[in-house]
Design a protein around this ligand. Structure first.
Ligand SMILES: O=C(O)c1cc(=O)[nH]c(=O)n1[C@@H]1O[C@H](COP(=O)(O)O)[C@@H](O)[C@H]1O
Length: 288
């Protein structure tokens, strides 16, 4: 069964073509609330989030709220997250919720209902998930995303240095854990691959991972996956790293930056200018 909504991959491809391949993260760290002169409570969080929304909607391909910084304010923070997601939806800007969910399959169906079912208060265009309880445990989420025309970004190679110890580990045949995740995503995107379009099951590959894609023999281009690339800005990656990490798969990349743009606040015009600069850099690195 399908809702008839255009698939997330197609909607994302169009947004990246029209607006450039940039995602701006909403990560309201305590230190940023303070730097913006806002209170470290739900009221400050709301002002912060709605300012970022005002600055970037209709101007960037996607916006990625980081759930952790809303959850730390309890139910009032989650209410602000709902309001932020509603504002993005009403503006027609794609939302990617960063929650990195991963659990046994029966619990994953609860997360699928929470984030991917029509009418849910926290419904998003796409969410991040962790495959480290086994790729197969993600099946309920992949299924509901397909039915509702929504998307999923599966952690592949994360931007933090600690990720290597898990993701680069190999099985007796020499296949890496990350390679197994790429294989799962490639299978999930089979229809898009056959059509030569962008799939709706994405991968997270940090812009900071250096030569790992090459060294582990990952064929990202063949996966047809949108590639969410955090690590741009505050974690040190820029245009040269994006080009180096992604090579021939670079047209699938959605570069993601949070603090790199948020540090320009609280002025809406300054936030907008920072997002424009980051978009220009992403276009130069990924669309040239
Ligand atoms: O899934 C993510 O977005 C993510 C994956 C990853 O490998 N590394 C990573 O930094 N992220 C998220 O991307 C954001 C990066 O924020 P900045 O470092 O401020 O740009 C944070 O919300 C991270 O949780």
């Amino acid at each position: 069964m399908s809702t008839g909504r255009e698939a997330f991959g197609a909607r994302l491809a169009r947004a990246m073509d029209e607006l450039g391949p940039l995602c701006v993260g909403i990560d309201p760290h305590r230190s940023l609330l303070e730097a913006w002169g806002l209170s470290d409570d739900a009221a400050g969080l709301r002002e912060f989030s709605l300012r970022v929304v005002e600055a970037v909607v209709g101007r960037v391909a996607a916006v990625k709220p980081q759930s952790a910084f809303f959850e730390r304010h309890g139910s009032a923070g989650v209410a602000v997250l709902e309001e932020t997601l509603t504002a993005l939806r009403e503006a027609g800007t794609l939302s990617v919720l960063d929650v990195k969910r991963g659990d046994i399959g029966s619990t994953m169906s609860g997360y699928a209902d929470a984030y991917l079912s029509d009418g849910s208060p926290l419904v998003v265009d796409a969410l991040t998930v962790s495959p480290y309880l086994g790729f197969g445990s993600l099946a309920p989420v992949l299924e509901l995303a397909r039915e509702t025309g929504r998307g999923v970004f599966v952690l592949g190679l994360t931007s933090n240095p600690e990720g290597r110890s898990v993701q680069h580990a190999t099985d007796p045949s020499g296949r890496s854990v990350a390679g197994g995740v790429v294989d799962g995503v490639t299978v999930a995107n089979a229809a898009a691959r056959a059509d030569g379009t962008l799939g709706s099951v994405g991968l997270v590959v940090g812009a900071t991972v250096g030569r790992a894609v090459h060294d582990l023999g990952l064929d990202l281009a063949a996966s047809a996956a949108p590639l969410l690339a955090p690590g741009v800005g505050a974690q040190g990656a820029g245009a040269p790293e994006l080009e180096q990490v992604f090579g021939v798969a670079r047209r699938q990349v959605l570069a993601s930056t949070s603090r790199g743009v948020l540090q320009a606040g609280p002025d809406v015009g300054a936030l907008r200018a920072a997002a424009e600069t980051a978009t220009g850099q992403a276009v130069a690195a990924l669309r040239g």
